[in-house]
Write a protein of this length. Sequence first.
Length: 177
Amino acid sequence: METLQELYEDSVKDMYSAEKQFLKAMPKLMKAARNESLKKAIEAHIEQSKGQAARLEEVAKLGGFKPTGKVCLAAKGLVEETEEHLKEGKPGPVMDAAIIACAQKNEHYEIGTYGTIITWAEELGLKDAAKLLKDNLAEEESTDKQLSNVALTEVNKAALSVVVKPPAPKKGKASVK
């Protein structure tokens, strides 16, 4: 990569890959979630993400390149981390809190990347592309706020109320020292 244009195109491809990976992973989060507000937020974001991927396709078309051909390693790692959390716990308030944390990590990655490529698009004089990217950024920021609201008003309080009972003592000989 030798030019800002090349870096910009590479980053658009990276975000397209990220959106596609997150789109594939989100139904698993929705299925694992127990909180209805969280399920609705994920469901709404699935629809938004479809539109965001379509906008990225349009951004690439405006730039004369294809959005495919790159795997976003950051998204791959975030998806793997999320899948690990889903395997480690059981459905309920604590898992819902973990789902929100994982989803917000995704959102923050997207927010940071969209902010950067918007700036590059503007510097490259790609006003139409910058507008489309700003639409994606606004949706990501809105989703992040919605997830924070669900966490603060419902999920975290429910997760705090979960008390793990200590295991019952084993019957049999007690060791005396």
